[in-house]
Design a protein around this ligand. Structure first.
Ligand code: ATP
Ligand code: MN
Length: 477
């Protein structure tokens, strides 16, 4: 028999029918009311049992965390809070759960505690909601691009190129650490390694994505990405998922327009398809905000914030304009910024990005035309000879959510840049082929999926929007 989902029962699809439902017990009150959850939605199904039917010893087995099957009729619920409930004729325990040992008691647990039991936290309201929103957004990413005629491309996870420069990398090796092969110079001899070269986990699929765009025109990647930066922040993971579209014949303006359309689509998709979960997460966030002192509270609630982003144009301004605003800003003059903005050319920190978004413009901002010196080698040099056609999308509460650029398509200019930075051009020969044979203007960007998840769910820590977070010192589960 096909499994019946609690979501469908609560939507009224089984009114008056006798069915069997399976799930996990959230609570059991008065030997009579079982709140059953199967993860298909936030809400529990109330299963009403007649305790006189059962032995005392059996009732004791209906504990929080146990799994069971209940058979009975779906009737309109006289109780508050739910439209439908089950009048159960029989209940069978499927999996016992020792109530003294089960860590998820029906009370509020801290997010820190739940992180330590990441294998069980999916059974809480908060994480059930996060997992479901995450699924919906993954689906929306593919739907958006598919409908636009983009092709999804799988780029390698193990890479031999370390020229991407996006961050510190993890080595992938099968060498025996107790007996490392050495070159005559005494260095580790990666020629002896599995791939006969030094390989790492990728920090981005972009370079391979570019080669695909220069044949398929419009592509996107959506894969795991790894960075070994030792940054213990609430916005960095060592393993995260990134969406990287790459488009031939797009300039920077086209790129910014696509980025804005894309994030707005994703936010709207979540609002349209995850209403119950988002309402729950909004309440969770509002409760959390109440714990903060007045001046630190966010002005907008989660849903307001999501509607605001979906419905308003992002502010676009150049890096140079942003530097002027920051230089003259109160926190800069009063030396409140940790990194003061003095000169053109300074790299922007998250505190500056958040000032622009949260205090100055009060909406998402796209900054473009950054100094060449603080951006990657593949970004296209502008006419002024000192800026590149880069763009970052900055979001409230998060800072950078997207980083992208128009790519340098001119072979000579690119080669010069590579040599200037001391990057081994031989290593990038395959990449340079794209500029040798039918080169074309093209652009792309990277959206950090978990940063988007943070924004949409209102979760403050990125470790709580991915099922099993990887960060310094933590690779459990
Ligand atoms: P940041 O300056 O915030 O560390 P970045 O400039 O290193 O980011 P990019 O190389 O431009 O990031 O990567 C593209 C996108 O990937 C970023 O805009 C962000 O959304 C996401 N991202 C980057 N690093 C991480 C990380 N360690 N964990 C989660 N997401 C990340
Ligand atoms: Mn970036």
């Amino acid at each position: 028999m096909a499994k019946i989902r609690i979501k469908d029962i609560l939507d009224g699809k089984y009114a008056g029918q006798k069915i069997t439902v399976k799930g996990w017990v959230r609570t059991f009150r008065n030997d009579r009311f079982i709140a059953l959850n199967d993860g298909s939605c936030l809400a529990n199904l109330q299963v009403v049992i007649d305790f006189e039917q059962y032995e005392e010893a059996f009732l004791k087995k209906i504990t929080t965390g146990a799994s069971l099957a209940a058979t009975g009729t779906i009737v309109e619920s006289p109780g508050k809070g739910q439209a439908w409930e089950m009048q159960a004729e029989s209940v069978a325990i499927i999996g016992l759960s020792d109530p003294d040992k089960y860590p998820l008691q029906p009370k509020k647990h801290s997010l820190e505690f739940l992180r330590e039991i990441a294998h069980l936290r999916v059974r809480t309201n908060t994480f059930g909601a996060i997992y479901r929103v995450r699924h919906n957004l993954i689906y929306a990413v593919h739907k958006f691009f598919h409908e636009k005629g983009f092709y999804n491309v799988h780029t390698p996870i193990i890479t031999g190129s370390d020229a991407e420069g996006a961050g510190e990398m993890f080595t992938v090796t099968t060498l025996d650490f107790d007996n490392l092969p050495r070159t005559p110079e005494g260095e580790v001899d990666f020629k002896e390694d599995f791939f006969a070269r030094h390989t790492k986990l990728t920090v981005s699929g972009q370079l391979e994505g570019e080669t695909a765009a220069l044949g398929l025109s419009e592509i996107y990647t959506f894969g795991p990405t790894f960075r070994a930066e030792n940054s213990n922040t609430s916005r960095h993971l060592a393993e995260f998922w990134m969406i990287e579209p790459e488009m031939a014949f797009y300039d920077l303006d086209d790129n910014m327009a696509l980025a804005e359309e894309f994030v707005k689509y994703l936010v709207r998709f979540a609002l349209d398809h995850c209403a119950d979960d988002l309402a729950f997460l909004a309440k969770r966030l509002a409760d959390e905000e109440k714990q903060k002192p007045q001046h630190q509270r966010q002005e907008m609630g989660l849903l307001e914030q999501l509607h605001f982003v979906a419905d308003n144009d992002f502010e676009r301004l150049t890096y140079s304009e942003a530097i002027e605003i920051l230089r003259n800003s109160k926190p800069n003059k009063k030396k409140k910024f940790k990194y003061l903005i003095e000169e053109w050319g300074a790299d922007l920190q998250s505190e500056h990005e958040r000032y622009l978004v949260e205090k100055h413009f009060k909406k998402p901002v796209i900054l473009y035309n950054y100094p060449a010196s603080i951006k990657a080698f593949y970004m296209r040099l502008n006419e002024d000879g000192k800026t590149v056609a880069a763009m970052d999308v900055l979001f409230p509460g998060i800072g950078e959510i997207i980083g992208g650029s128009q790519r340098e398509e001119r072979y000579e200019v690119l080669l010069q840049k590579i040599e200037m930075l001391g990057i081994d051009a031989q290593e990038l020969d395959w990449y340079l082929d794209t500029r040798r044979f039918g080169t074309a203007p093209h652009s792309g960007f990277g959206l950090g999926f978990e940063r988007l998840m943070q924004f949409i769910t209102g979760m403050g820590n990125i470790r709580d929007v991915i099922p099993f977070p990887r960060f310094p010192g933590h690779a459990d589960f």
